[in-house]
Design a binder for this molecule. Structure first.
Ligand SMILES: Cc1ncc(COP(=O)(O)O)c(C=O)c1O
Length: 373
């Protein structure tokens, strides 16, 4: 088969090269210290598992309505109202936040439309924008991983439709101060933009828990959230998008002809997850963050203190030259990390996930210490 002719450009141009090299190297290792994974190290809570199993046993295995089961949508809306004092007009249950991002960008972006994307970004933002033939326009957050709303506003053009924001962020763990959220909401309102707010890590916040952008700009915010991280349900594909009715209707239409619906049992399990206290891991992860940050700084790494999520994004020591070179050397020493270029237009940093057992973190730190010498 002539795959070069057959495979569409949109698939062909998604590159996995840098990270593939590391995975290939990792596959040859017996017991690597894997700090490259973006998911919690605890399992799905027991009552949530029990609810999924019961749903399957009771025959809740068919298609659900495209927008999700009504009791879950209602719960999502009432939780938003409780948490942020703002009840969104509507919500659709999606196949994880990735599903929400896919539907939202498909619903909003025509070829040539511009999406303001933070740099560093979550990997999919760039690729999903490209799938819609949109143009990502990056707003810089280096070196402190802060957002300057005036600098963002200077990037707005007549083609800008979406301002993508995330707090806490992946890969930096950065949280946006409430005043910055307000300023970004104001600028989105001034220019008639949709604020696409990825709030997947909102539970993992180590200072005061921030508000959703829904509280600042309800008429133009589409908030994305889900249970992949908070209930460790990454494989179950359960997320949601909440915001203006006109937008949710269009996401739902697109869901009908693509994902069809989020998995039925996962929707039932989500109801159980909402009844469980999922915040137990937060102080545990805060302590891991503190230990890793202190250890890295002691070893001579430059690292910004993250306010949330479970990642650190330190600077690569100059002698290594790039994130890719640093991460390849770490892999040779049996430590798996992710190079900065996976999340950025530059390759000056590396991502560590500290959602791992303490003994693994200690071994990882030891390797990093030796590398810095
Ligand atoms: C910022 C961010 N958004 C979205 C996702 C995707 O989450 P989901 O598993 O819900 O699709 C991730 C997963 O790593 C993420 O870090």
């Amino acid at each position: 088969m002539d795959w070069n002719r057959l495979i569409a450009e949109r698939a062909a141009k998604i590159e996995a090269s840098g990270i593939r090299k590391i995975f290939d190297l990792a596959a040859t290792l017996k017991d690597p210290v894997n700090l490259s994974i973006g998911q919690p190290d605890f399992d799905v809570p027991e009552p949530v598992k029990a609810s999924a199993i019961a749903a399957i046993r009771e025959g809740f295995n068919r298609y659900t309505p495209s927008a999700g089961i009504p009791e879950l949508r209602e719960k999502i809306l009432s939780r938003c109202a409780e948490q942020y004092g703002a009840r969104p007009e509507d919500a659709v249950v999606t196949s994880g936040v990735s599903g929400g991002l896919t539907l939202a960008l498909q619903a909003l972006i025509d070829p040539g439309d511009e999406v303001l994307v933070p740099d560093p970004y979550f990997v999919s933002y760039k690729h999903l924008t490209a799938l819609c033939e949109g143009k990502p326009v990056y707003y810089n957050t280096y070196p402190e991983f802060t957002v300057d709303p005036e600098a963002v506003e200077r990037l707005v053009s007549p083609r800008t439709k979406v301002l993508l924001v995330m707090s806490p962020a992946n890969p930096t763990g950065a949280c946006l101060p409430e005043a910055v959220k307000q300023a970004l909401a104001d600028l989105a309102r001034r220019h008639g933009l949709i604020l696409l707010s990825d709030e997947i890590y909102d539970l993992f916040t180590y200072g005061p828990r921030g508000k959703s952008f829904l509280a600042y700009y309800p008429e133009g915010t589409l908030a994305l959230n889900g249970l992949s991280k908070t209930a460790s349900m990454t494989g179950w594909r359960l997320g949601w998008a909440a915001g203006p009715k006109a937008l949710i209707e269009n996401l739902t239409k697109l869901q009908q002809v693509t994902f069809v619906c989020s998995p039925s049992f996962a929707q039932k399990a989500a109801l159980a997850a909402f009844q469980s206290d999922l915040s137990e891991a937060v102080p545990v992860y805060r302590a891991k963050r503190d230990r890793m940050l202190a250890g890295l700084r002691e070893a001579g790494y430059e690292a910004v203190e993250p306010g949330g999520a479970f990642y650190l994004f330190p600077k690569v020591p100059p002698k290594f030259g790039s994130g890719q070179a640093f991460v390849e050397e770490a892999a040779r020493r049996e430590l798996l990390l992710v190079p900065g270029h996976v999340f950025s237009e530059r390759d000056t940093h590396f991502r560590i996930s500290y959602a791992a057992p303490d003994e693994k973190l200690a071994r990882g730190l030891e390797i990093l210490r030796k590398m810095a010498r």
